[in-house]
Structure formats: C-alpha cells, structure tokens
Design a protein around this ligand. Structure first.
Ligand code: NDP
Length: 270
C-alpha cells in the first residue's frame, strides 16, 4: 500500500483480492433502524467497505442497507466473522451469515477471536470455504504472533488479514512488522480508542496544525502505517468526518511523536 490519496484506495491481499483501506465498523450499533441508517450514511459518504460480525447481531441490517443503497454488491467489500460458538460448525455458521447478509459470497471471513477449543478446526473449514469461492479471502482477528505461529504450523494457507486493536495508544510495532513480513494485512479496530483518547493534548496539538480533528489524525496515522482502518460512528457528521482523511499527510516527525504515545492501551481494559 502506498500512501492512500482517496477513499477508493485499496490494499492488495495475499489472496489476490483488493480491500478498501478505509472501512466502516458497526460494532455496538443497535440492530434495526440504527444500523441500517449508519450503513446508509457510510455508503453515502463514500465508504465501500463494511465490517460486521455474527456476534454484533446486525448482519441482517447491514444486508438491508446495502441492498437498499442500490450500489451493486460487487462494489461493496463485506467482512463478517465467525464467533467461537460456531468453531465446530463453521460451515453452518458461515451459511447463516450469508443468509443474514443476503449475499452469495463474502469478501472476507475472519475467525473473530483465537479461543483455544476448535480454532484450528475452524481454520480448516475456512480454507474449504475459501477454496469454494464463497469467501474471497479468509483471515483472523485478535491473533498475537504466538497464535499466528501456531496457525502456521497446522496450515499452509496464510491468513489474508489479522484484525486487531491498533491506535497510537496501542502501537503494535512488532506484530505489524511480523504480519507485513509474511504478507498478512493488519487491520485496525477501535482505531479511535472508542473515543477514550480523542482529547489527548498531543493528538489535539498535531490535529490543529493540519486543520484536522483528533479522530482524523488517528485514522490517518493507521493508514500511513499501511494498516487498513475501520472506525465506527452512528452519527452522520462523524461518519463523514472520519472519511475525510485523504487530503493531508502527517509528517514523519509527527508520525514519530504519535508512535511515542504508545501505552499498550486497550479499549476493553482501559
Ligand atoms: P472506534 O475506535 O472506532 O470508536 C468508536 C467510538 O468513537 C464510538 O463511541 C463513536 O461514537 C466515537 N466516535 C467515532 N467517530 C468520532 C469522531 N469523529 N469524534 C468523536 N467521537 C467519535 O471503536 P470500535 O470499537 O467501534 O472499533 C471500530 C470497529 O472495529 C467496530 O465497529 C468493529 O467493526 C471493529 N471491531 C472489531 C473487534 C474484533 O474483535 N475484531 C473488536 C472491536 C471492534 P458515536 O457512534 O456516538 O459517534
């Protein structure tokens, strides 16, 4: 990935397909009208990549919003995820997600978390789903280097993506280098620390120098690390704001300053 210049920019995955560098996350957006409306706002703002999960309970609404947008299915990149309760019946869980989304294929199907029981078996099922063409790419989420190394020993298929929490406050340099070296695209979830560090003085100061908001700087920081990024908001203005990150470049000096904000922050544990 070179420095992205438009919302249409893509990264090329090891599966041979292209993933838009900016996606829209829908975790914790209530099912029904709210998810449908948020996805509609996102599509209107130009996002063409939606990140959901069976666990979020809103796949059906993502599907509805995509259908109602009138945008051809092939122009929208859809990711969903397999929750551990489905590890032993991954094929059935996958089919259920397809039904909920009302699509015939997924662009990316991820193992949601590396729960110990059944995850290798689940990965083999994902390999078969990928080989059948019903998931254009398969990957993992919340995998550490150790998890990826274990997976490498039992499989010859390298995950296309590892989706993990990633932000200036959780700069996972070693994991990013490991994934880059092996052709695994890192994807940043909770790139805005779920709003918890948007008032940080350093981020605010840097944002002001570019005439941008702290959220825009945090999203751009991930992009400049060549990480695909999937911010979430249910508010129209913020959805637009978070997509407006392609008209500036953070200088190397400011990137270094942001890198140094790392405090191994986790949005789950604070
Ligand atoms: P984010 O870091 O994207 O932050 C979302 C929060 O920030 C919301 O509370 C939102 O509030 C607020 N926010 C968004 N934009 C702005 C803005 N411009 N200014 C101020 N506040 C803002 O957190 P998420 O945890 O939602 O992560 C993003 C996506 O990543 C998820 O939706 C999901 O798709 C994925 N994810 C994956 C996980 C996994 O295990 N694989 C785990 C967690 C997330 P409001 O909605 O009110 O605007």
């Amino acid at each position: 990935m070179t420095q992205p210049k438009t919302i249409q920019d893509h990264a090329v995955l090891n599966a041979g397909t292209r993933i838009p560098v900016l996606g829209f996350g829908v975790y914790q957006i209530p099912r029904g009208h709210e998810t449908q409306q948020a996805v509609r706002f996102a599509l209107e703002a130009g996002y063409r990549h939606i990140d959901t999960a069976s666990f979020y309970g809103n796949e059906k609404d993502v599907g509805t919003a995509i259908r109602e947008s009138g945008i051809p299915r092939e122009q929208i990149y859809i990711t969903t995820k397999l929750w551990p309760t489905g590890f032993l019946r991954a094929e059935a869980a996958f089919e259920k997600s397809l039904r909920h989304l009302d699509v015939s294929y997924l662009d990316l199907y991820l193992i949601h978390v590396p729960a110990p029981v059944g995850r290798n078996r689940a990965w083999r099922a994902l390999e078969k789903i990928h080989a059948s063409g019903r998931a254009k790419a398969i990957g993992v989420s919340n995998y550490s280097i150790k998890h990826l190394e274990t997976l490498r020993q039992i499989s010859s298929v390298v995950p296309a993506v590892n989706q993990v929490e990633f932000s200036p406050f959780l700069y996972r340099k070693e994991l990013l280098e490991y994934c880059t070296d092996r052709g695994i695209q890192l994807e940043a979830y909770s790139p805005l620390t779920r709003g918890k560090r948007l008032d940080d003085t350093t981020v605010r100061k840097i944002a002001a120098t570019y005439g941008k908001t702290p959220a825009q700087v945090m999203i751009r920081w991930s992009l400049q690390h060549e990480v695909v990024v999937i911010p979430k908001s249910s508010k129209k203005e913020r959805i637009i704001e978070n997509a407006n990150v392609f008209d500036f470049t953070i200088s190397q000096a400011d990137m270094d300053t942001l890198d140094n904000l790392n405090e191994n922050y986790s949005s789950l544990f604070g």
